[in-house]
Ligand binder design. Structure first.
Ligand code: TYD
Length: 212
């Protein structure tokens, strides 16, 4: 019998970040379609969540009050499950993975927003995914005032994070921008206070440059 000795090329791991209301969801859908249009398999997922257990943890994380460190630990627990069951197998079989938020969100929200020391996340990150990091991260950057107007215009019930005050979101944004400055090759900052079509084109151009 003929043996297939070809090694499968690992897929690319792309994450999307930004404060609540930055508008990343619209662009995630466009990126997934773009990757598919190049004949590549792509898994679209999100954090916290992405697995049956992770989605249960998401429900708790977004709606229950809890100690700040419990919140950070549950984010990483959901992430470990997500990596083991969805992200790692997909990348190993050559699929691309597009993920709505990942560990940068923990640094930004539980670190910048809530004030937890980032040394804690560095330890958890090394434990949970020291071997695996996103190849590319889009940071949708927008002033908190613009983001909160967008959320208000949607007229829906707000989760625990969306209910936080503007100064919380300003700190989250600052923490995201600091991470981007420290990893400018991986984290691409997109000005999300522009027309949708302009943003979409910028995002797809960057993915093209990275070799779709
Ligand atoms: P979000 O991604 O904005 O989902 P939706 O678009 O459906 O509202 O919601 C996830 C929330 O979880 C968001 O407010 C940020 C928060 N979050 C953290 O605080 N830490 C994390 O590590 C992650 C992944 C998310």
């Amino acid at each position: 019998m003929e043996q297939n000795n070809q090694t499968v090329q690992r897929g690319k791991f792309i994450t999307f970040e930004g404060i609540d209301g930055a508008g990343k969801s619209t662009h995630i859908a466009a990126v997934v379609e773009f990757i598919k249009s190049h004949g590549l398999a792509v898994v679209s997922t999100r954090e916290p969540g992405g697995t049956p257990l992770g989605e249960k943890l998401r429900e708790l994380l977004l709606h229950e009050e809890m100690h700040l460190e419990t919140e950070a630990l549950l984010m990483f627990a959901a992430r470990r499950e997500h990596l083991a069951r969805v992200i790692e197998p997909a990348l190993a079989r050559g699929d691309w993975v597009v993920c709505d938020r990942f560990s940068d969100a923990t640094y930004a929200y539980q670190g910048g927003g809530r004030g937890l020391d980032k040394i804690k996340f560095e330890t958890l990150e090394a434990w949970v995914h020291g071997h695996l990091h996103p190849d590319l991260t889009f940071l949708f950057d927008v002033p908190p005032a613009v983001a909160s107007q967008r959320i208000a215009a949607q007229g829906r019930d707000l989760d625990k994070f969306e209910q936080e005050r503007t100064d919380f979101h300003a700190r989250v944004r600052q923490a995201y921008l600091e991470r981007a400055a420290a990893a400018p090759q991986r984290i691409q900052v997109i000005n999300a206070d522009q027309p949708l079509e302009v943003i979409r084109q910028q995002v797809l151009d960057i993915i093209n440059q990275r070799g779709v």
